[in-house]
Design a protein around this ligand. Structure first.
Ligand SMILES: C[S@@+](CC[C@H](N)C(=O)[O-])C[C@H]1O[C@@H](n2cnc3c(N)ncnc32)[C@H](O)[C@@H]1O
Length: 251
């Protein structure tokens, strides 16, 4: 049984990521697949339950600790979906978006439209972001592609770039080894807009569980704390997706 077309996208992303040399710091454009990128902006809102609301919740959570002229770091900014949504809601905010995929950044530049003059895109990982202090940060739909070591590095470097008390919002697939197939199957069925959880969704769930370096929600929270974040709180849960808001400590 083949997997659905939305899962194919996720698996392609994961395969291209593993094929790249990310852990050695050589970021070889892992998200360069033309077909995937051409459909990214259209397909992602269908794959992620409540994506527009996730963007709005992210903006509101950041806003609680950020002024009207805030500078926001967006890690994994390719596609530009969250930059556009948050930037339109906050006309005084400026953004630095980093992503190792030049092709995904090109798509982001095309998608951000009227807020382009408030966005600086940089090709690279968080290491390429300026070390100046940011008033908030996001890392959406990205961390589930990174193995634990690369995630810890990414989170630690985001934390270092935030002002004391500033917030980070993350959201991505998260599931424990025992329940990953079940929850990813439900996400695949949601993405496929199938009326029932058929064998294709189950095949997708199994394929994603095998390919993605998923962490359980408990492991995610431990990693966020290990990276130096405090006040770790879950705010979003939708089938296999989870979102947390965390803060840099005040010291
Ligand atoms: C599924 S896309 C999510 C893009 C966007 N955040 C969104 O929510 O639509 C994952 C993105 O993460 C980027 N990425 C991969 N490895 C990364 C890393 N180590 N640091 C930052 N971004 C990375 C990919 O190039 C890709 O653009």
């Amino acid at each position: 049984m083949s997997v659905d077309k939305f899962t194919v996208m996720t698996l392609m992303m994961c395969r291209e990521m593993k094929g790249s040399d990310m852990n050695k710091g050589v970021h070889a454009n892992p998200f360069g697949n033309a077909e995937l990128i051409a459909t990214y902006a259209e397909n992602t809102p269908r794959k992620v339950p409540g994506l527009a609301d996730l963007h709005r919740m992210t903006m509101l959570l950041l806003q609680e600790q950020a002024n009207s002229d805030a500078r926001i770091l967006v890690v994994g900014a390719g596609g530009g979906l969250e930059v556009k949504a948050i930037g339109e809601a906050q006309p005084g905010w400026a953004f630095v978006g980093v992503d190792p995929s030049a092709a995904m950044l090109d798509l982001a530049r095309r998608n951000v439209g009227s807020i382009a003059d408030r966005v600086q895109f940089i090709e690279g990982t968080v290491d390429a972001a300026p070390v100046e202090a940011f008033d908030g940060a996001t890392c959406l739909l990205t961390l589930h592609f990174l193995d634990k070591e690369e995630r810890l590095h990414t989170l630690t470097e985001i934390q270092r770039r935030l002002k004391p008390g500033a917030r980070l919002v993350v959201a991505h697939h998260s599931a424990g080894r025992d329940d990953a197939v079940g929850w990813l199957t439900r996400s695949a069925a949601f993405a496929d807009r199938a009326d029932q959880f058929g064998e294709q969704a189950a095949a997708s769930g199994r394929a994603m569980a095998k390919s993605l370096p998923l962490l359980s929600p408990h492991e995610e929270e431990e990693l966020l704390r290990e990276a130096g974040f405090v006040d770790v709180e879950l705010f979003y849960a939708a089938f296999s997706f989870r979102g947390w808001v965390v803060s840099r400590s005040l010291q």
